[in-house]
Design a protein around this ligand. Structure first.
Ligand SMILES: Nc1ncnc2c1ncn2[C@@H]1O[C@H](COP(=O)(O)OP(=O)(O)O)[C@@H](O)[C@H]1O
Ligand SMILES: Cc1ncc(COP(=O)(O)O)c(N)n1
Length: 276
């Protein structure tokens, strides 16, 4: 199957769920791709009825519908980087893993979305096992948050040292690189991420942004990594640039709704287009 087209227009694919509130999921991913001038394609896995307060309902697409979307894009338009987000259930995860395994020259960013910030479980229990066995081994990089890293590693994470141990465990599952994200940590390591590539570990820090409006941070970071990979960056550089971008977007997050608002993906344009 064709993965790369001959054109030099960077193209990325997001395989994820829809967030009706527009803050996370496919909506955040496509905005992030657009910001990077990467043509964004998408394969929808499920539709959530969601807002800044939480997730009210989830409707899944069939695994066949998900595969058909990926194949439609891959066989015609071509993609050089993919990110996976909310995959919801075991059947969809297995189908996605089988389909992307056939694509050549593809960089795979796996955001193992399991639990929302508001504490809602976004994936079935048996799906965790399928993720571990089928998709994570294909990941160029996997980007669990604190809670997802705890589930995947079976370890409790309270400090940097425990982030390091969890990253090592998750690397054993077969991912090329592991980035344990620190948005859910507290004190001076809130917003500090831990990179482990199988040889070296490194802490990645920009600045801690004091805002409650953090909806979509994980989606945005993984989409920005995929966008930078599609642009031709090496993985470490792609992650560094993605984190810088996310920090700026967080500093311009949108206080909309009654709960956690989304990050401001197009922050440089805010002053230009906003009404006085
Ligand atoms: N308050 C914050 N200040 C700076 N960076 C943050 C903050 N909250 C989250 N981040 C960053 O956002 C990215 C997503 O992390 P996290 O919020 O833990 O993921 P998720 O959205 O999957 O729960 C990480 O790079 C993390 O360090
Ligand atoms: C459809 C969908 N996908 C993913 C998330 C996680 O969002 P976050 O980036 O805040 O972890 C979400 N809340 N909804």
């Amino acid at each position: 199957m064709v993965a790369n087209s001959n054109s030099n227009i960077p193209i990325a694919l997001t395989i994820a769920g829809s967030d009706s509130g527009g803050g996370a999921g496919i909506q955040a991913d496509l905005r992030t791709f657009a910001f990077h001038c990467v043509h964004g394609t998408s394969a929808l896995t499920c539709v959530t009825a969601q807002n800044t307060l939480g997730v009210n309902r989830v409707d899944a697409l069939s695994p066949e519908a998900v595969v058909a979307q990926i194949e439609a894009v891959a066989t015609d338009i071509g993609i050089s980087a993919v990110k996976t987000g909310m995959l919801l259930n075991s059947e969809i995860i297995a189908a996605v893993a089988q389909t992307i395994e056939k694509l050549e020259n593809l960089q795979v960013v796996v955001d193992p979305v399991m639990v929302s910030r508001s504490g809602v479980q976004l994936i079935d229990d048996e799906a965790v096992e399928t993720l571990r066995e089928t998709l994570i081994p294909q990941a160029t990089i996997v980007t669990p948050n604190r809670y997802e890293a705890q589930i995947l590693s079976g370890l409790e994470i309270r400090d940097l040292e425990e982030m390091r141990s969890a990253a090592r465990c998750i690397h054993h599952l077969g991912a090329g690189t592991v980035l344990v994200k620190g948005g859910g940590m507290s004190g001076n390591i809130r917003g500090v991420d831990l990179w482990y590539d199988g040889q070296n570990d490194e802490t990645l820090k920009t600045e801690t942004v004091d805002t409650p409006h953090t909806h979509g941070t994980g989606c945005t970071l993984s989409a920005a990594i995929a966008a930078n990979l599609a642009l031709g960056c090496e993985l470490r550089e792609a992650v560094g640039r993605a984190k810088q971008y996310l920090t700026q977007a967080l500093k311009h997050s949108l206080a909309i709704g009654q709960g956690q608002g989304p990050v401001g993906h197009f922050f440089p344009l805010l002053d230009e287009f906003r009404q006085p």
